[in-house]
Design a protein around this ligand. Structure first.
Ligand code: HQG
Length: 182
């Protein structure tokens, strides 16, 4: 499949498995799952037919492993704005985690900390390279280092999504450092 088609399908899945299932008349269960058949029929009925082979290629070939297919069901691994319970176990984070953002958000972030904004959690990356990619979506990336060990010691809960993104409710300013500035 062409890369362009693959990206279009992945975006379509993100839109309907994370944010607006009702737009194509599907219903996610409490844990974010919907039957693959239901999803494919709904997509076709709403003018965006996807074959099962294409779906499998997007799910299997997706470098970020955004989706899981299991027992005839599919769900997004993270990034929801609709209420779902992903049953993620809490986990001990590495000592440092990273967040990629852009300069225009810094004044607010350094005042109120990192907030989930439209998502359920703040998303943190395990390495600078990943954080740089995340930040670059919005402009020249600025990387924040998160003192995850201190947060964990202070009782903040962390979860790790199926695709290696670290999630937490809020990162207060004392745990944040702009990388390159001491
Ligand atoms: C910023 C993509 C002002 C935050 C990526 C970010 C990631 C604040 C934006 C995943 C703020 C929210 C998540 C505050 C945070 N004041 N701005 N207090 N706190 N922000 O997209 O972390 O393609 O919801 O810095 O690869 O950018 O969806 O979060 O710039 O893994 O699979 O508010 O989304 O993955 O933006 O990205 P987002 P994110 P997917």
């Amino acid at each position: 499949m062409q890369q362009k088609r693959l990206v279009r399908i992945s975006k379509y899945l993100a839109k309907h498995l994370r944010h607006e299932p009702e737009r194509i008349g599907i219903h996610l269960d409490a844990h974010g799952w919907v039957a693959v058949d239901t999803l494919l029929s709904a997509a076709a009925a709403h003018g965006f037919p996807i074959t099962r082979e294409e779906l499998d290629e997007v799910v299997g070939g997706n470098d970020k492993r955004r989706y899981t297919v299991e027992d005839g069901l599919i769900r997004a691994n993270q990034g929801h704005s609709v209420e779902v319970d992903l049953d993620l176990e809490s986990a001990v984070p590495p000592a440092l985690l990273y967040h990629g953002t852009v300069g225009r958000f810094l004044p607010s972030i350094l005042t109120e900390g990192l907030r989930p904004m439209a998502r359920h959690h703040v998303h943190l990356s395990p390495d600078v390279e990943t954080a740089t990619k995340v930040g670059s979506r919005r402009g020249a990336p600025v990387i924040l280092t998160v003192d995850a060990a201190a947060m964990h010691a202070g009782g903040h809960v962390f979860h790790r999504s199926a695709n290696g993104v670290w999630l937490t409710a809020h990162v207060p300013p004392p745990y944040l450092r702009v990388r390159g500035i001491s």
